[in-house]
Design a protein around this ligand. Structure first.
Ligand SMILES: *Cc1c(COP(=O)(O)O)cnc(C)c1O
Length: 495
């Protein structure tokens, strides 16, 4: 919304030249012609002035020759959705809003109301470019370098863990974690079913077999009882998994204490997939630091990003040292290139680590911004009973990476695909929750353990869930637009 009305105001005695100059300086594409009482007579665009000149007016003529033209206006209280409809209906790109005294109090721009709102976009801070420039100035444009070392140290300090290895992606970090824990062809690895495919793909890279574990309803993360049944079955078969990958979904930690205790009982190590939960915590500890190995992702859509990258963390220094070794082609110490085992090219570039160092400095702000967005959605839609919000477990604090909700299908005739389409028609990007891995053709033959004998929680969440735009750089106006669009869709469907 434009609020500097004075900069756009002009009177009939002014010349076309000064009007053009004003348009040029304010760069909003619109002027307001006010009468002597300050009331809006009409709006003036470049095109209006061009038509005057073509009709024979000169630059020094005043604005009297402008035809009278009742402006399209609205009351200051108009909703964004209504404003958008009004602008489309009248084919205008600006909508002056009038206060109780019929004075212009602000101007809505079509471009603001109808620009795409994306799910989660990168949000740079102020120092990223400095670290990147340092890499260029010192010609450390390489995988490895001072930014990589510093990023590892700074992240380890931030989350309170002893060691960290920066790698090219979160997926690479999960793959290395599996290699470090000795996962080989024919082994099994347990993994949360409700997750992004990157949690499970590395199991296949190792030729191992995934077994998928359902979610529980309170945090949407791994179900303790499903995991227990799966471990008991595996023990009976003499086929205990080599690792359990516990995913911290949408920025909220799983209930790690009982999950870790259970895995301990069977002596199975836990890999914590904290790709989505950097900045969240669990009982005062940083999410991602509770398992034997934790991994983070700095992909472009995550809470902080290096455009692409990941981190493997552990309190076990030997493990992390080995991760670095494996990630640089497993080069043995020797005066020539000597290799005794398979390695990978998984290290993070020193340029991208520079971005990461800058992003780490704004992580706390990004968490607050995302949490605020979630809160605004909850409050803005408090009266809409067709929506239930993703719960926050009392044991920790989520980073609300994505604002997720469930459509209470008993309270609405809409379903998730229809709602996503309706939002898309308003250029708002919403998405389904992750489609559970046990429902992916890729994993068709894999075993799956439900939360209850009857109930599959992840299936229900998938059917009813959606993720709303959640980027920390969203404006309040954009959040309002999401709220209003959702409200009008859901209210229409309940009536
Ligand atoms: C993003 C993500 C990953 C993978 O991270 P990349 O850096 O994109 O490879 C893994 N697990 C989960 C749950 C994710 O959301």
């Amino acid at each position: 919304m434009i609020t500097d009305i004075a900069a756009l105001s002009i009177e009939i005695r002014h010349t076309i030249r000064s009007a053009l100059r004003r348009l040029d300086e304010s760069a909003q594409g619109i002027l307001l012609l006010l009468d002597e009482n300050g009331c809006l007579q009409r709006t003036i665009t470049d095109g209006d002035l061009r038509r005057l000149l073509l009709a024979g007016a000169t630059l020094d003529d005043d604005l009297r020759q402008l035809p009278q033209h009742r402006p399209v206006t609205a009351a200051i209280s108009i909703s964004q959705a209504e404003a958008l409809r009004t602008m489309r209906e009248h084919g205008v790109r600006h909508l002056p809003l009038l206060d109780g005294d019929e004075r212009v109090a602000g101007i809505l721009r079509l471009a603001d109301l109808d620009s795409p709102i994306l799910l989660s976009t990168p949000h740079m801070g102020e120092s990223e470019m400095d670290f990147v420039a340092e890499a260029f100035d010192s010609n450390w444009v390489a995988p490895l370098g001072p930014n990589v070392d510093a990023f590892e140290q700074e992240l380890a300090e931030r989350v309170g863990i002893a060691h960290a290895a920066a790698v090219s992606s979160g997926t690479a970090a999960i793959h290395l974690a599996l290699v470090l824990l000795g996962v080989k062809h024919g082994d099994t690895v347990f993994c949360s079913s409700l997750t992004f495919v990157a949690s499970a793909n590395p199991i296949l890279y190792q030729g191992a077999t995934p077994v998928f574990i359902d979610s529980e309803p309170d945090s949407w993360n791994m179900s303790l009882q499903a995991l227990e049944t799966a471990l008991q079955d595996a023990e009976a078969l003499g086929q205990l998994p080599k690792a359990v990958i516990v995913v911290n979904l949408y920025g909220q930690s799983a209930d790690m204490d009982p999950l870790l205790a259970l895995c301990d009982r069977f002596a199975v190590p836990v890999i914590e997939d904290a790709a989505e939960s950097l900045g969240a915590d669990y009982k005062g500890k940083a999410s991602g630091t509770l398992g034997r190995i934790g991994i983070y992702s700095f992909n472009g859509n995550k809470i902080i990003t290096t455009s692409g990258g990941g981190m493997l963390v552990s309190d076990d220094g030997d493990l992390v040292e080995r991760a670095r070794f494996l990630a640089t082609q497993a080069r043995d110490p020797a005066p020539y290139y000597l290799h005794t085992q398979v390695g990978y090219n998984y290290r993070m570039s020193n340029v991208l680590a520079g971005i990461g160092r800058g992003q780490l400095r704004v992580l706390a702000e990004r968490v607050e911004a995302r949490r605020n967005i979630f809160e605004r959605y909850v409050q803005g839609l408090a009266d809409v009973d067709a929506i239930a919000w993703m719960p926050e477990a009392s044991y920790g604090r989520a980073n609300r990476w994505l604002s997720c909700c469930l459509l209470r299908t008993e309270n609405t005739s809409l379903n998730v695909p229809k709602l996503i389409d309706m939002l898309a028609a308003e250029r708002i990007e919403a998405r389904h929750l992750w489609r559970p891995m046990h429902r992916q053709p890729l994993f068709e033959s894999c075993r799956y353990y439900r939360h209850g004998t009857e109930e599959s929680v992840s299936d229900r969440l998938f059917e009813q869930g959606l993720c709303l735009p959640s980027g920390s750089n969203m404006t309040e106006g954009q959040q309002e637009r999401v709220i209003e669009t959702l409200r009008s869709a859901l209210v229409a469907a309940s009536g």
